[in-house]
Structures are given as C-alpha cells and as structure tokens.
Design a protein around this ligand. Sequence first.
Ligand code: CNA
Length: 267
Amino acid sequence: MKKKSGVISNMSANTMDTCTNLIRNAKKIVVLTGAGISTESGIKDFRSKTGIYSLAPEYILSLDYFYQHPKEFYQFAIENLYHPEAVPNKGHEILAKWEQEGKVATIITQNIDGLHQRAGSKNVIEFHGTMKTATCLNCGKNYSTDEMLSRMETMEDFYICNNCIANNKLEQYIKPDVVLFGDTGTWFSMAGIQTILRYMQEADFVLVLGTSLLVAPFSTFPQYRRQGVPLIIINKGETPYDFGQDTYVIHESIGKTMEEINNQLHP
Ligand code: CNA
C-alpha cells in the first residue's frame, strides 16, 4: 500500500468514506473516463497487460497508417474497437443514475464504444469520437459502421466514397469517426476545448475512472479544476496524478468500488 496526498490505495476505509461523502454532497461532478470503465463489459483497454497494445503497436491507430493501409486499418479497427454486442456494466449504470440524481454534470470520455449513452447518461462528450459511424473526408457523407462492414464484404475499395469526386483520392477515403494519433476531432477545437475547460472550472470535484491519463490533451484536463477542488481516481493501474494535491486514489475495480459507494449512498 502506498501513501498519497491523504490517500491510501486498496480500498482503505478512510479513502472510501471521504469519496462517498464528496459524492453525497456533490451537485456538479465532472467525470473523466477511459477504456478501463469498459473492460468489465468485455472490451479490452489499451495499456493493461492484455490490452490492445499487446497485439499491435500504437502506430496502427495513427492517421498515417490509415492512409497507407486503409484495408488493414479497417480490419484491425473492426476486430478490436467495434463492439456492438457489448452492454453497459455497473460503472456505466451508476454514473447514469448519479446524473439523474443531479450529481454528475457531465462525462468526458475517451471511449468510442457508446456505452455511457446506452446506460442512460445524457451529457456525454465523446472526446475521441465514436466507432459507430464513419465519414467521407471529402464530401462528409456519413456511413454507419454496419454499412462499412457490408461494404467490406462486397467491395474491393470499400473505403473509397463513390458518391463524391475529389482531386486527391485520399480525400475520398471514408474514415471511422474516431480520433487517431495525428488527428484532431470535433472536440479538439478552440470552441470544444473552451467548453470543456468551463466544465472543469465549474466542477465540485473531478472523478477519473479507468484511464492511465497518458494521452494528451485529455490527460491535461484535471489540471484545469479550480484550486482545492478534489480529484478522485478509481483505476487499477497508476496514473501521473496519483501523488497530486487534494487527490484520492483507489487502485481497485471500478464496478466493485462504485457499487460499494452507491450502496453507502442508498443504504
Ligand atoms: P489505457 O491507457 O489502456 O488505460 C486504461 C486504464 O484502466 C489502465 O490504467 C488500467 O489499469 C485501468 N483499468 C482497466 N480495467 C479496469 C477496471 N475494471 N477497473 C479499474 N481500472 C481498470 O486507456 P485510456 O483510456 O487511458 O487510453 C486512451 C485511449 C484508449 C483512447 O484513445 C480510447 O479511444 C482508447 N480505447 C477505448 C476503448 C473503448 O471505447 N472501450 C477501448 C480501448 C481503447
């Protein structure tokens, strides 16, 4: 067990009580989530021992790789990032309930699986986009991923939008609506970042669930909370924020921890 800034890992009673009391009294929790909240729905994360990066290098999810090997990219993305069969787990469900109870203001997620919305959460920012759809980089025509799947089965150049004419063939590529390395995405814009920073500034506290907090700019968001505003991290692995000020860390399963906190709130 490691001593943190007033924090002990492994579900110490003190840390759990502090977190439960913060959540009991909160009206504007900003939740930052990553792949770790969905592992309990059977979806692999990236950086755990059995995560996606144990199968392939980070480069495969870059814009460069997409342009150079669109077929292989799609093959990999559909096999590893598209999970229409997955269902929300306790962690997603409890967050949706806390939103209904007026505690959670917004969820900012790196996940592309849509499970927060499927659990009933309404105010969700998908900072890294979604795997549900794909868009032609030239004409903007939107395709569902199921449609892309059937194109893959029947067409050689399935990733080229045949409804548009562009000068450069690369511009006609249909790209999944996920933010790749080297990419930006809708929320990584001046207006998008300003909205997110406003949420961070308004937060009663910030709850981080299931992310190694290693991918920027998402990883910088906790720094924008007001001074003295607590940061609660529930994550099995360590994060660069674990020893920060006003930080409470629980190195445990998200589902188990959230269920325990929720049971304390609703005995
Ligand atoms: P990551 O770097 O793989 O970190 C995940 C973290 O979650 C690790 O520190 C784990 O220790 C922790 N963790 C895993 N399972 C649990 C659990 N049950 N309880 C508590 N902690 C757990 O993933 P990040 O989200 O930090 O990295 C950002 C990437 C991952 C984003 O670009 C995502 O798009 C991408 N991603 C998303 C999904 C998805 O949508 N479900 C799946 C895989 C990757």
